[in-house]
Design a protein around this ligand. Structure first.
Ligand SMILES: Cc1cc2nc3c(=O)[nH]c(=O)nc-3n(C[C@H](O)[C@H](O)[C@H](O)COP(=O)(O)O)c2cc1C
Length: 214
């Protein structure tokens, strides 16, 4: 029997859907995992092609292999933000440091996280680089639906792409046919930290009506 979850409003969910990287090892009920993918599956896709495919990885050995792929890239990638704080100048230093630490925590613990959900696209045939690039527009709405659904179920989740940097290695681990490409790996589990509001640029900076002006 699943625990009772109080329904949270859509806007509250959107404004409080932080990337939750520090996750408990406690198992996530399969019903919840199916509900997440079902929410993702409601998202739109270009021409309604519905090419998105979702792999929920719970197998310990497969998680170890995906975590190893993440490890090959994370430390190198994150170092550039630490060495060059100006690269995320809209983040206060303490927030940047917290994100860095959380990314490293996730890197160390990824194999222990209960479920790693991989968002893939099936193109029917081996996709060209242009098709893979175009597929982003049709996979990310589903990923965002999944993240919002996770937040509504009080599950922690975060979109990640670094572990998927080497498509051939990912295809081998996940047994993907040539027609499929993996876009995003979403670790899912119960949060160790607290949920809270996201911090984003003010509306005055990012919105104009009718035409752009400085
Ligand atoms: C396209 C994309 C790729 C991302 N890749 C990673 C990743 O590889 N590893 C990671 O820890 N977070 C990754 N993130 C998460 C972002 O760092 C996070 O959403 C952003 O810092 C905002 O965090 P917040 O919602 O907690 O404020 C990615 C997000 C997006 C949208």
């Amino acid at each position: 029997m699943l625990e009772e979850i109080t329904e949270v409003g859509l806007f509250e969910t959107m404004y409080n859907c932080r990337a939750m990287r520090k996750l408990d090892t406690k198992e996530v009920p399969e019903e919840h995992l199916i509900k997440l993918v079902s929410a993702a599956n409601q998202a739109p896709s270009g021409s309604n092609t519905q090419g998105a495919r979702w792999i929920v990885v719970r197998d310990p050995e497969t998680k170890v292999q995906l975590a190893a792929l993440n490890k090959t890239i994370v430390e190198k990638y994150m170092a550039r933000f630490v060495d060059n704080p100006g690269s995320l100048s809209h983040h206060p230093a303490d927030k940047r440091q917290r994100m860095y630490e959380a990314v490293l925590w996730q890197n160390e613990h990824m194999h222990e996280i209960p479920a790693l959900i991989i968002a893939c696209m099936d193109f029917g045939d081996k996709p060209t680089p242009a098709m893979i690039a175009g597929g982003n527009g049709s996979i990310w709405p589903g990923i965002q639906n999944l993240l919002l659904a996770a937040r509504a179920l009080e599950l922690g989740a975060a979109p990640t792409t670094l572990a998927l940097t080497n498509p051939e290695a990912v295809a081998k681990v996940l047994n993907l046919p040539d027609s499929m490409h993996a876009y995003c790996l979403i670790p899912v589990g119960y949060p160790l930290g607290k949920f809270g509001p996201v911090t984003r640029k003010p509306i005055e900076e990012i919105l104009r009506f009718d035409r752009w002006s400085d």
